[in-house]
Design a protein around this ligand. Structure first.
Ligand code: NCD
Length: 300
């Protein structure tokens, strides 16, 4: 395994191997001294052309806890703002002899393109509305890895979400039953061919789900007109306090963040004892440690 730009890069066994090693990596996080020598002497560049809080810091922490050198390059403050092309930017960084590029870019397919231009390993940390494979891995990790037979609903702005694409691919590999919930206007084109059930009726699925995953309404990717008003969106698709009461006591509530409290998720749901939102963040570091290890040292 050299690159991770799509869940399709992974076999079921690869995915399970990453998730199981993440468990061991997670123990490091609970120690006072959080350092393993596994990637000493390796250099990881975080190249971010879009805003990020958790993904970028989590990759940086993951690299550092494995003793790699981690460098952050963002579009703002780099030669990208002087008009340099993506190809020239990544080839410049690659020429310095780095080992991995973790990249986030607004263009769908950007990470796949970069694979052909560099010697370094490429990790896709979100490309437009295409994929975000480490998010899906950390989601599965937080759901307990063994998700075979679990019912996972994914509700929200699916049309603009890269998280849903990676999640559907991974959850199918791992044997979960995925139910996608959104108004027609926020369903992705071609969704009928995806290995998932699709519905517009959120209330009907709530009593059956084991994992209720909520996705953000991505205002920055929409020009408006996708739903009549925020109030109506919340009334039909928000995880409100009323809907919370319809979930099984054993169900968990997930959200990749950042959350729009009061829009797709109420504070009652985000802060409920069944919410695993912060566990996703915590597991995210462990999963990214495991991914970097698999890509950079997995063959040793
Ligand atoms: C997601 C992303 O950037 O795709 N966030 C994340 O990585 N935690 C989802 C989002 O932006 O809504």
């Amino acid at each position: 395994m050299k690159h991770l730009t799509s869940i399709n890069d992974l076999s079921r066994d690869d995915a399970l191997s990453i998730l199981e090693m993440a468990r061991e990596m997670h123990d490091v996080q609970r120690r006072p001294v959080k350092k393993l020598p596994a990637l000493r002497g390796r250099t990881v560049v975080n190249l971010f052309f879009e805003d990020s809080t958790r993904t970028r810091s989590s990759f940086e922490i993951a690299a550092k806890w494995l003793s790699a050198d981690a460098i952050n390059v963002s579009a703002k403050g780099s030669s990208v703002s002087k008009g340099e092309s993506l190809r020239d930017t990544v080839r410049t960084l690659d020429s310095m002899g780095i080992d991995a590029i973790v990249m986030r870019h607004p263009g769908s397919g950007a990470a796949q393109q970069v694979r052909g231009w560099v010697d370094a390993s490429v990790v896709n940390a979100g490309d437009g509305t295409h994929e975000h494979p480490t998010q899906a891995l950390l989601d599965a990790y937080t759901m307990g890895i063994d998700v075979e037979g679990k019912v996972v609903s994914i509700t929200g702005d699916l049309a603009h979400s890269r998280v849903v694409r990676s999640n559907v691919l991974l959850l199918q590999k791992l044997g979960a039953r995925v139910v996608l919930v959104a108004p027609h206007t926020l369903l992705p084109a071609g969704v009928d061919a995806w290995p998932a059930e699709v519905t517009t009726d959120f209330d009907a699925v709530l009593p059956d789900v084991d994992v209720c995953m909520m996705l953000r309404v991505q205002r920055e990717r929409m020009a408006g007109g996708y739903f009549p008003s925020e109030r109506e969106y919340t009334a039909l698709y928000g995880l409100t306090a009323r809907r919370l009461a319809k979930l099984k006591p054993t169900a968990v509530i997930a959200h990749p963040g950042p959350m729009n409290r009061g829009l797709e998720i109420s504070s009652a749901a985000a802060d409920d004892h069944r919410s695993i939102v912060l566990d996703q963040v915590s597991g995210g570091v462990a999963v990214r440690m495991s991914v970097l290890y698999h890509l950079l040292a997995g063959n040793e």
